[in-house]
Design a protein around this ligand. Sequence first.
Ligand SMILES: [Mg+2]
Length: 389
Amino acid sequence: MRIERIEARWVHVPISYERRHTSDFGRVPSFDSVIVRIDTACGITGWGEAKAHVGSAAACAGLATIINRDYAPMLLGQDPRDISRLWDVLYNTPREGYAIAKGHGVPQLARRGLSISAIAGIDIALWDILGKSLGAPVWRLLGGRRMERMPAYASGGYAPPERIGEELAGYVARGGFRAVKVRIGAMDGSPRRSAARIIAARAALGPDIGIAVDAGGTWTVAEARAFCRMAEDCDLMWFEEPCSADDKRGIAEVRACSTIPVSAGESEFTRHDFRELAELRAVDIMQPDLAIAGGISEAMRIAAIASAFNLRLAPHLWSGMPGFAAAMHVAASVPCGFTLEYALAPNPMMHELSPTRFPVEDGQIAIPDRPGLGIEIDTAFMARHTIAT
Ligand SMILES: [Mg+2]
């Protein structure tokens, strides 16, 4: 089996003004991602996704170009099933020979950032090809799924204190969700207002619905600690990215100050960043974005670190369909997986890019039996929204 063609496209889907949601990234005008297509000479097509930004809107020309111009020439003619070796070729070139022979990384330059996201997009597509070539879903290749249906939590929660209960109750009614996530942080103006929103949410939902909060890295350590003190009795599932991902020790200080579990990781790259989070005892839950951190292969290594440190894994799932499916397969098969994020803000990169559906019933998503990632891509939709790079 040989790789015949690789194409990464910057797909840019505008979101109409009335449907845009407002987060700490502002009022989000589009959903952008890099969708990777790898074709084999024997007629199998694999789909992957690489992201230039954890949020929706992003300029993706550079990321698509890294895949098309820098990495594709290294992969043409190679056997797409040699995923571990190809990951190391992309990460270590031009010293991949040493890395593979000696069993340790010898990366040259740029081993964080877009070069890793580019590897992620390729890696996800290679796993899709491997699964399709064997007629097996990716979770089967990763060791088997641990449950046929996984709990999902509704991710959204933008309303002010007087309407947050109603907004979240709407999520619970919509898919039977048993857990929700609420955005807090700098956009609230103060930790006190964020705490007021969460106290209102808990009062409205009662004690049996899980509530997580996400500050998106927007607070100082002191602000995050103040929030913890005021929300300590709200029985939160986790407090996500209390402060900047560049301040891992600060995140650890927030974790140490209260009983609220802390999570982070959507802005991190590779197992090496996650090892640091673990060693600093900064988090209870690791949240790699597979389309950023290095794909399915790297997520399995990150999951091993999480498990070894007695931590849990809840992948960041604000992405397009290939990224969502990839993380679902990983979460379903690793010992530290326990929940899936299901974003309720408009996401055309999932619901219009692909005719595939992952319906939420009783707050759970069925892990599919279809080969590979188990998704289809609407190539006509993709063509309509491609930006030339
Ligand atoms: Mg987040």
